[in-house]
Design a binder for this molecule. Sequence first.
Ligand code: GRG
Length: 294
Amino acid sequence: MDFAAQFEDYRQRVERGLNELLPAAHTRPTRLHEAMRYSLQAGGKRLRPVLTLATAEAFGAAPEIALPAAVAIECIHTYSLIHDDLPCMDNDDLRRGRPTAHRQFDEATALLAGDALLTYAFQLIGGHYAGNAKLCATLTREIADAAGSEKLIGGQMEDLLAEKNASATADDLEFIHLNKTAAMLTVSLIAGGLCGNANPTQLAALRSAGRQLGLAFQIIDDILDATADTVTLGKTAGKDARADKTTYVKLHGLENSRRFASEQSAAAIASLRTLPGNPSFLIALVEDMARRTH
Ligand code: GRG
């Protein structure tokens, strides 16, 4: 199977998993469950859950074992997008090519749908890995750590603070990217590794790859915001410059940002090459991401 077909195969597993593992839309209260599914099923790239399934498989585990963890991570990612779009944060109207959750429903429903997706992620982990107490505890700890106040939420907090601070530094920007973006990508790899019984050295290689992939991903996001159009992106383009936001492009310029993104992608590939088994799909995914246009 070539890369595109393999990605599509993983993506479809994720779509089926999301559909089967989330409460049905008609579950009471229907408005809440409809909003959770609306945002989840709006068709993101599914990068994080695909990373989890592919990493598990690279370590010889069946992707089904990693599916609840992959779905849990996509639930957390989607909650963070819903909350990020709210009027009190980024105040955005468009996400994944559709009206944002608070536009489609209302602010309170969007807030609750985000809360519910975050909570449901841990309900899924607790329910599906109960038969393997060590795996259940480690997945819970790793995912909670990545989504918590020192990583995803901490990165978002500093991002909001940096918007009001014209003298935010390259160090501030790295903190934001490592925590807001790289932490969830890293835990996607780690969750797959844990499901595939990766040893501590292999987990360390996955952590390095996640950090490098996350930095490359975020720099490319900054470049796309500055260079792509809203229709291609499926979200409002050019927002960073209009808000005079501190980004890689603002601090280092387009050319240096492009160079830094390719250096980080190359470093992520080098980290993945140290893994046993067959990390070729993961390597192709990093290469593909480096070329992404949305
Ligand atoms: C509200 C706690 C909290 C966190 C919000 C996700 C987020 C943090 C902010 C969104 C803005 C942003 C640029 C975040 C960096 C991570 C990122 C690029 C997310 C978008 O991920 P994609 O491109 O989205 O994988 P899809 O829609 O494809 O899943």
